[in-house]
Ligand binder design. Structure first.
Ligand SMILES: [Zn+2]
Length: 215
């Protein structure tokens, strides 16, 4: 039994369906696990600035509901099972040689409304499991932008342009960064942030998302 099981006395509780009757491993019961489909997919975002871009699960109907609950229905605790799934991909795709974990920020107003940044929660858990430091409140989103999925391609690029910034470049200099997000919609968010991080002198950026709705 790992230390996680000692810290969370929620034996046999599936965090996804709240059932207690199944066999639960890493917060997910067998039945829910069967509804999730691993992609472990490497994506080409057509940029030299990103070392690798990988996502974990295919964006099927079941995962779509879970991600929606995670982001919009106040179910912040879902970061535990979801980060465990991402950890499987980290092992499977041999993501290693990382110095620092960062996450895609959301605007502070949005975070205030939601109460948390879902990508920060995922990154924090992954950092704990891998014993790696997390960069917090350094890469920030300062421009209020529309939801990417409401825009067309050219609007999306314009929407994100100059909307992120880095407060303390020193933290990233010469580091190999693992950048975490929940969902790849177009890839432009990862590209925009990786661009910024590499511009200030990081060694490499590897992008990891839970899933991708990108066609
Ligand atoms: Zn379940």
């Amino acid at each position: 039994m790992g230390i996680k099981n000692l810290l969370f006395p929620t034996k046999n509780l599936c965090y996804l369906c709240k059932d207690r009757n199944g066999v639960v491993v890493d917060f997910i019961c067998n039945e829910c696990r069967e509804r999730l489909v691993f992609s472990n997919k490497e994506v080409d975002l057509d940029t030299d600035l990103i070392h690798r871009t990988i996502y974990c699960l295919s964006y099927n109907k079941y995962l779509k509901e879970i991600v929606h609950d995670f982001k919009f229905n106040d179910k912040s605790y879902l970061y535990k099972p979801l980060a465990e799934l991402m950890f499987i991909t980290i092992k499977n795709k041999e993501i290693k040689d990382i110095d620092l974990i960062a996450y895609i920020p959301i605007h502070r107003k949005k975070e205030a409304i939601r109460g948390y940044n879902q990508s920060e929660l995922l990154a924090s858990y992954i950092g704990e499991v891998l014993y790696l430091p997390i960069s917090r409140n350094n890469l920030i989103k300062y421009k209020w932008t529309k939801e990417q999925n409401t825009l067309n391609r050219s609007e999306r690029l314009k929407n994100l342009k100059d909307s992120f910034t880095i407060r303390n470049p020193n933290e990233f200099i010469n580091k190999r960064i693992l950048l975490i997000d929940d969902l790849i919609t177009t890839g432009s968010t990862f590209k925009e942030c990786a661009n910024l991080i590499m511009e200030i002198g990081a060694k490499s950026v590897t992008c990891l998302a839970l899933s991708s709705s990108k066609s």
